[in-house]
Design a protein around this ligand. Structure first.
Ligand SMILES: Nc1nc2c(c(=O)[nH]1)N[C@H]1C(S)=C(S)[C@@H](COP(=O)(O)OP(=O)(O)OC[C@H]3O[C@@H](n4cnc5c(N)ncnc54)[C@H](O)[C@@H]3O)O[C@H]1N2
Ligand code: MOO
Length: 422
C-alpha cells in the first residue's frame, strides 16, 4: 500500500505547499519514496558505485597471520631493555608468502621481508636500515624500538566471522578492495535505479540543432544525466518535450512505464505556456510546491502510477541545487543506500552576504585555505539561477539557513561541498 500525498501532508506538522521549509520538503520526500526491490549478483569489477544488498561476513581474517610491516629482523621484544643495544644472531630469512621452517632461540633473530609470517615468539621487527650487520650478527642500537613494533596482527583489518561490509554500503573503490582482500569474486547488489529524464519547453533546443532567436540549448539534460551517472543510476533519456499536451502526455506515460523515477525540468512555475504542471496533475498524484529556498523555489513532487516524479524548475542552477539538496537523498534512499549527506564545512566568509531570513539560500562558493590556514569562502559573483558558470567555478554551496540573516565579512558560514559529486 502506497501512502497518498495527502496522507503524507497530514502527517507533517506545519506543511504548507506554498511556503515549504527545506527540512519539511526533505521529510515529505523521505516518506514518499521507498527502496526498490531486486537483488543481483555482480562481479567485483561491475560493482563500483552499486549498493550492497546484504552484509558481507568475513570468511577469513585479514591479515591471516601476524606478519612483518617492514623489511628487517624479527626478534622477541622481551629482549629489549632501556639503554641497552642488542646483538642477535641471524638464523635465516623469511619471505612473504611462505612460512619459515625452523626455530629461533634466545639471542637469535630472523631476517624478514614485509608481509612475511612472524614465527611464534617473534613479535618485534627492527627495520633493516636501523641495524648494522657483522657476519651473521645483527646490531640493534638502544632505545629505538619497543616490543611489538612493526608487527601487523592477525585480523587487525578484518576478523573472521565479523561484518566486513554492511548492507546499504555504497561500493566505493575502498569497499571493493576490501571485498577482494577477503577473496570474494562477486557481491549481491541492489538492482540499478531506473531514472527517466526529460527537459520541457518550446524554447529548449537539443545540442546540434541550429540556434534561433530566444532559444536556449538543453544544458539541463547534461547536468542531470551526468549527476545520475555519478550516482550509478540507469538513465533513460527522453529528450526535449515541447509545451504541447499530447507530446507531454506521451513522454510522461512512457517515462512512468519504464522508470522508478521521473525527473523533468521546466514548466513548474506559473507561466502561461507551462502545460507541464497540468499534465502532471492529470496523470498522477502530484503536489506543486513553492519551497522556501533560493534558487529552486517552484518544484513538483508526486507519483505517476508507481513511479516517483520530481519536477524541477527550468533554471539551470535551480536544477542542480534541487538535485543536490532534495533529489539526491531521495535517490540514495530508493537505491537502498545509507544516507550519504554531502559534507558541510565551516568557512569564514570573505565578504558580506545579503540574505533574506525565512528561506534557505544556496550561494555558489569557492572554498580555499586562507593565509592563517583557516578555511575561507567567497562567492562566484552573479548568483542568478541561470548562471551555470557559477556552478563550474564553485566547489561548494554556501548554505544560508532558513532563520539566518545577513552575514558580515569574517563570519563563519556552512558550505556544502560537492567536489567529486558533480
Ligand atoms: N511570476 C513568477 N515567475 C516565476 C516564478 C514565480 O514564482 N512567479 N519563479 C521563478 C523561478 S524561481 C524559476 S526557477 C522559474 C521556473 O520556471 P519553470 O519551471 O516554469 O521553468 P521555465 O520557465 O520552463 O524555465 C525557466 C528558465 O530556464 C530555462 N530552461 C528551461 N529548460 C532548460 C533546459 N533544459 N536547459 C537550459 N535552460 C533551460 C528557460 O529557458 C528559462 O529561462 O520561474 C521563475 N518565474
Ligand atoms: O528556482 Mo528559481 O531558480 O529560484 O530562480
Amino acid at each position: 500500500m502506497t501512502t497518498s500525498l495527502d496522507d503524507i501532508a497530514r502527517s507533517l506538522q506545519g506543511y504548507d505547499p506554498q511556503a515549504l521549509k527545506m527540512d519539511d520538503a526533505n521529510a515529505f520526500i523521505a516518506r514518499l519514496v521507498a527502496p526498490v526491490q531486486g537483488v543481483e549478483t555482480r562481479t567485483l569489477r561491475q560493482c563500483a558505485g552499486r549498493v550492497l544488498a546484504q552484509d558481507v561476513v568475513s570468511p577469513i581474517s585479514v591479515p591471516a597471520h601476524d606478519n612483518s610491516a617492514m623489511d628487517g629482523f624479527a626478534f622477541n621484544g622481551a629482549l629489549l631493555q632501556p639503554g641497552q643495544p642488542l646483538a642477535l644472531r641471524n638464523v635465516g630469512t623469511a619471505l612473504a608468502g611462505k612460512a619459515w621452517v625452523g626455530t629461533v632461540a634466545a639471542g637469535e633473530c630472523l631476517k624478514v621481508m614485509t608481509g612475511a609470517i612472524l614465527p611464534s615468539g617473534l613479535d618485534t621487527v627492527v627495520p633493516q636500515e636501523f641495524t648494522r650487520q657483522e657476519g651473521d650478527v645483527v646490531h640493534i642500537p638502544a632505545d629505538i624500538l619497543k616490543a611489538g613494533d612493526n608487527r601487523r596482527l592477525r585480523g587487525e583489518d578484518l576478523q573472521q566471522g565479523g561484518v566486513a561490509l554492511s548492507k546499504g554500503e555504497l561500493l566505493t573503490p575502498a569497499a571493493l578492495g576490501l571485498a577482494a582482500s577477503l577473496g570474494l569474486q562477486s557481491l549481491q547488489v541492489v538492482r540499478r535505479l531506473r531514472v527517466a529524464y526529460l527537459s520541457t519547453g518550446d524554447e529548449v533546443l537539443s545540442v546540434g540543432e541550429p540556434l534561433r532567436e530566444g532559444a536556449v540549448f538543453d544544458s539541463n539534460r547534461y547536468t542531470v544525466t551526468s549527476l545520475l551517472d555519478r550516482l550509478g543510476c540507469e538513465v533513460i533519456e527522453l529528450g526535449v518535450v515541447r509545451d504541447e499536451p499530447a507530446a507531454l502526455e506521451a513522454a510522461f506515460r512512457s517515462a512512468a512505464a519504464q522508470a522508478d523515477v521521473i525527473l523533468s525540468s521546466g514548466g513548474v512555475s506559473v507561466g502561461e505556456a507551462d502545460f507541464t504542471k497540468g499534465m502532471m496533475a492529470k496523470l498522477g498524484d502530484v503536489a506543486f510546491w513553492r519551497i522556501a529556498m533560493r534558487p529552486g523555489r517552484p518544484f513538483a513532487v508526486g507519483r505517476i502510477g508507481n513511479t516517483v516524479l520530481f519536477g524541477m524548475p527550468g533554471n539551470p542552477v535551480a536544477v542542480m541545487v534541487t538535485f543536490l539538496t532534495l533529489i539526491r537523498p531521495a535517490l540514495l534512499q530508493m537505491m537502498g543506500a545509507r544516507p550519504r549527506p554531502l559534507p558541510l564545512l565551516q568557512a569564514h566568509s570573505e565578504q558580506p552576504l545579503r540574505k533574506k531570513a525565512g528561506r534557505t539560500e544556496y550561494q555558489r562558493g569557492i572554498v580555499s585555505s586562507g593565509p592563517d590556514g583557516r578555511l575561507q569562502v567567497r562567492t562566484t559573483g552573479n548568483q542568478g539561477s541561470g548562471v551555470l558558470s557559477s556552478m563550474v567555478q564553485a566547489n561548494g554551496l554556501i548554505v544560508l539557513h532558513h532563520a539566518q540573516g545577513h552575514v558580515a565579512a569574517g563570519d563563519g558560514v556552512d558550505v556544502m561541498m560537492f567536489d567529486g559529486v558533480i
